[in-house]
Design a protein around this ligand. Structure first.
Ligand code: 0O2
Length: 252
């Protein structure tokens, strides 16, 4: 029931943005229920297919990261990835974003204008792992970089840090392959912790925002220092381990 209501709202919005009020009214006055259902189906089927393709692209990219994680752990005895989250943008968010960009709602327009329908968030242990994984992913011959935003090197004014990549990769269907865009966000645990808290603030109304924003910015700066310190400690541990192994080999 909830889903039906959602679909109806989308179609309402679609009719408004695509055809305007007059056409929408005529449609409900002049067409039979069956004809309206047929029409809605013709509009929603391409959308549903597109979402299924994005889901496949999510699986492709997630698998690529899992493979990299596995290989790295064989070579270095640790996992660079703490966790991977994937999400398809909700119908509500898609409608809202298309509306905001003033683009009529259709599967074709969504595909051509939005790059964040499929999102993969990779949470890493260390900042260095982020760049390592990004370069491994982009080095693959079926992954094409569309856009890169390095909010680690250049944090947002509020303190937000993450590495964002928009990539295009093929999904292999029964009779053909299709290129799909995926937004990849790579972050450390500290960056993710901060972003989750800051995200909550966005949805809280009537709060004393100014002080919280200032506190959050301080937290972001402190967590950036923490990330850098953790990276340095890890490097020292690896160096010590290497030196110990070297001297053991020499003594043998
Ligand atoms: P959701 O639900 O996480 O997907 P655009 O996406 O093009 O309209 P923009 O700002 O050019 O907007 O894209 P950008 O900078 O690549 O950021 C897109 C996503 O990054 C956001 O998606 C968030 O997930 C995350 N993000 C960016 N800036 C911030 C920030 O300041 N705080 C937090 N917590 N997250 C951020 P959505 O669409 O907002 O939401």
């Amino acid at each position: 029931m909830e889903q039906k209501k959602k679909v109806f709202n989308v179609v309402e919005d679609m009719l408004k943005t695509s055809f305007g009020e007059k056409v929408r009214q005529r449609m409900f006055e002049e067409l039979t229920n069956q004809e309206i259902i047929e029409f809605l189906k013709s509009q929603t089927d391409p959308f549903n297919s597109l979402m299924a393709y994005y889901k496949c692209a999510l699986m492709e990219i997630e698998t690529k990261f899992r493979v990299l994680n596995e290989e790295f752990s064989l070579q270095h005895d640790r996992n660079p990835i703490e966790s991977i989250k994937t999400r398809l943008k909700s119908v509500d968010s898609i409608v809202e974003k298309m509306h905001r960009k003033n683009i009529p709602f259709s599967a074709k327009n969504i595909e051509e204008n939005l790059t964040d329908i499929a999102g993969v968030r990779v949470i890493c242990s260390f900042q260095e792992d982020i760049y390592f994984l990004a370069s491994c992913l982009l080095g693959q011959d079926d992954v094409f970089l569309i856009e890169k935003k390095d909010y680690i090197a250049n944090p947002k004014p509020n303190g937000y840090r993450s590495l964002h990549l928009i990539v295009e990769t093929p999904i292999f269907l029964g009779s053909h392959k299709k290129m799909m865009k995926v937004e990849v966000q790579l972050r450390t645990i500290a960056m993710d912790f901060w972003a989750s808290l800051e995200h909550k603030l966005k949805y809280k109304k009537n709060l004393e925002i100014a002080q919280l924003t200032k506190d959050l910015k301080e937290c972001a700066d402190e967590s950036a220092v923490l990330d850098a310190k953790m990276d340095a400690i890890r490097k020292r541990i690896e160096q010590l381990q290497y030196e110990t192994e070297e001297s053991t080999e020499k003594n043998d």
